[in-house]
Write a protein that binds this ligand. Structure first.
Ligand code: VG1
Ligand code: CO
Length: 631
């Protein structure tokens, strides 16, 4: 028996989990050649074939007589459809226990392959990563084997199965992959009793559009067999490549492609100058979620922040019993630090899968709706990626109108899309959109096709650094609060709040929405609601300006003549019951009123929102689960 051959690029270790069939054969790999450095980007779809692409990668053969395509044994397992596998706002999310039921995940993955045109995956490359939550390890192996069973050429998987959602998008784009899977239920809590989720992104890195997710759902209802490769579990703990016939798994560093992109977007020297100032203190809370893997390499190793700037920096399967949602309710440790007497100058947090962010100054909270507006207003000056100005701006419908005012002042194209990042992708691909955001702590740009938590933190650090670049140590720095107040002075302030009523009975919630639809059908312009005069009320419908696709029933809106709005939606990301979201917004041009507490400023409108909807009658709820969480 000859030893297996091994070609290595760099000093990577590689192993394959013990398997009765191959483990004795891989015990003593033999180095035969060093591969040429890999040109980046490696390829684009339709360019060199996956095989020739792989030839410039280092390769490990799993046995002395390397298996050929014919030797990759594929089994077909019979299965039955499972109800309820409909994708919500962002992927399929259920309790872990549901995903652990026989073939539950496997059915969905196979249904996905049944929904894609074969040329979009056969012999192609898919990326796989996740936020490190409970069940990701098992899920990764299932996904790898079904991908191989369906003829995928290569899987690029983050070490330990880790890749943030924005990093998956970045890797898909950089490596020209056909798409990718994200194993995450995002900000939902993790652990055996909590949530798991899966998202699929397409070749430009964007979440799969509804046309695909609807097809997947359809196929979950008729599925009868699963194609799965008979290969051992892949060891995801170390970097390297393993081949099975024409199928390859490459374990990649979760950070390097993403970090390289961030270095191209931002002026790292500018940020470094700020972070290393003795009179500037910064703190980042990774909430024991995936950005724990990114925070040290980026903020500490690359930007020179001290290690104690990072808290909860180790990704854990249950997020340390936490709820990895960066907002005033769930990131309360950070809030406490930032509202203390000796608070740092800047604080930030990110969610389970690293696509959300919360931004705080000393004793000052930046609403996500304001955050995207402030970033857009300052991007051209402070962020090299936007040095020629933004192409266009966009927000989700319930997000406040603060961004609209920036678009109008900068004379930029502006778009209002339904909730969910998938609606921004087409606009970006068409070159119409650069910066966008959602009120739900999502901010991002066309550098990728997902919202991006660390990007938002770096954007804010860039703005603060830019505004203080001429300040000598000892001079008073322009603070986060100064930047926000200055912005309000220029543009006016959009007071905004969201009330969430989680895990309501679905029946009551649906009845309430039905009742509101009925109310809306009877409204007319000029109707009086307390001191407010109705301009219009409707159920938001969006027609994509690029491909003409229509998304209807995207939220009930009451829009008043002074620009105030009340919006009602049912969440599409929960895993139990129904979550009702009420969004309330009011514009205030008068600078002397800008420092009013948001809950005080919005009180009349909140009262109206509750009485118009008869919420407590329909749901029995007197109080939201999170009261004015976003204010
Ligand atoms: C929520 C937010 C929405 C966001 C989505 C995914 O959806 O409101 O703005 O895009 O979560 O975010 P819903 O349907 O529950 O309101 V993430 O970070 O959970 O992927
Ligand atoms: Co998320």
């Amino acid at each position: 028996m000859t030893a297996p051959s091994l070609r290595l690029e760099g000093s990577f270790a590689l192993s394959v989990l013990p398997s009765t069939s191959i483990s004795p054969l891989i015990a003593a790999p033999r180095v035969v050649a060093a591969a040429a450095p890999r040109p980046m980007p490696l390829f684009r779809r339709g360019l060199p074939s996956p095989i020739s692409r792989r030839s410039c990668r280092f390769a490990v053969k799993a046995s002395s007589a390397p298996p050929t395509a014919a030797e990759l044994k594929i089994s077909t397992i019979p299965t039955k459809p499972v109800e309820g596998q409909k994708t919500g706002t962002s992927g399929l999310r259920k309790k872990v226990k549901v995903f652990q039921e026989e073939n539950y995940l496997a059915n969905w993955i196979q249904a996905l392959f049944n929904s894609l045109p074969p040329e979009d995956y056969e012999g192609g490359v898919l990326v796989l990563g996740g936020d490190g939550r409970y069940f990701n390890r098992e899920a990764a192996q299932i996904i790898i084997k079904i991908a191989a069973g369906n003829g995928v050429g290569e899987i690029l998987v983050g070490r330990d199965g880790l890749l943030s959602t924005p990093a998956v998008s970045a890797v898909i784009r950089k490596r020209g992959a056909n798409g990718g899977f994200i194993m995450s239920a995002s900000h939902n809590p993790g652990g055996p009793e909590y949530d798991w989720g899966i998202k699929f992104n397409y070749s430009s890195g964007q979440p799969a559009p509804e046309s695909i997710t609807d097809k997947i759902y359809g196929n979950t209802l008729s599925i009868s067999e699963i194609k799965i490769a008979d290969i051992p579990d892949v060891d995801l703990s170390s970097l390297g490549v393993v081949n099975y016939g024409n199928f390859t798994v490459e374990v990649i560093d979760p950070v390097s492609d993403y970090l390289e992109l961030m270095e191209n977007v931002f002026d790292f020297e500018l940020i470094k100058g700020l972070v290393s100032r003795p009179d500037f203190r910064f703190t980042f809370d990774a909430m024991h979620a995936v950005t724990g893997a990114y925070a040290k390499p980026i903020f500490v190793d690359r930007l020179g922040a001290s290690l104690d700037c990072i808290s909860n920096g180790v990704p854990l399967e249950d997020f340390g019993h936490g709820h990895p949602d960066p907002n005033l309710t769930y990131a309360k440790d950070l809030v406490k630090i930032m509202y203390a007497e000796d608070a740092p100058d800047f604080g930030a947090a990110s969610d389970g899968d690293g696509d959300r962010n919360m931004i705080l100054g000393r004793g000052f909270f930046i609403t996500p709706s304001d955050s995207v507006a402030i970033i857009a207003a300052n991007a051209e000056a402070a962020i090299p990626y936007f040095k020629d100005g933004a192409k266009g701006l966009a927000r989700s419908m319930p997000t406040s109108g603060a961004l609209d005012r920036v678009a109008s002042k900068l004379n930029l194209p502006f778009f209002e899309v339904p909730t969910g990042w998938k609606f921004f992708g087409n606009l970006m691909d068409a070159g119409k959109l650069s910066i966008c955001g959602e009120e739900s702590f999502g901010t991002g740009s066309d550098h990728i096709r997902e919202k991006d938590g660390i990007w938002a933190v770096l954007a804010w650090l860039s703005i603060i650094a830019y505004q203080n670049k001429d300040k000598k140590v000892g001079e008073k720095l322009v603070s986060v609060a100064d930047i926000a107040k200055e912005h309000w002075t220029t543009y006016g302030r959009n007071f905004f709040s969201r009330y969430d009523y989680e895990e309501c009975e679905s029946e009551g919630a649906n009845k309430m929405m039905g009742y509101l639809r009925d109310v809306i059908s009877k409204t007319k312009s000029g109707d009086k609601y307390g001191n407010y005069t109705l301009q219009f009320a409707d159920d938001f419908t969006y027609t994509d300006p690029v491909d003409g696709s229509v998304a209807s029933r995207q939220g009930l809106r009451f829009v008043f003549t002074d620009g105030s709005r009340i919006i009602y939606r049912l969440s599409g990301t929960g895993s139990a019951g129904a979550t009702i979201r009420i969004y309330i917004e009011q514009f205030e041009p008068d600078v002397s009123k800008h420092e009013t507490d948001a809950q005080t400023a919005l009180k009349p409108l909140i009262g109206l929102a509750l009485s118009v909807s008869k919420l407590s009658e329909f749901t029995g709820r007197e109080k939201p689960t999170s009261l004015g969480e976003i204010c």
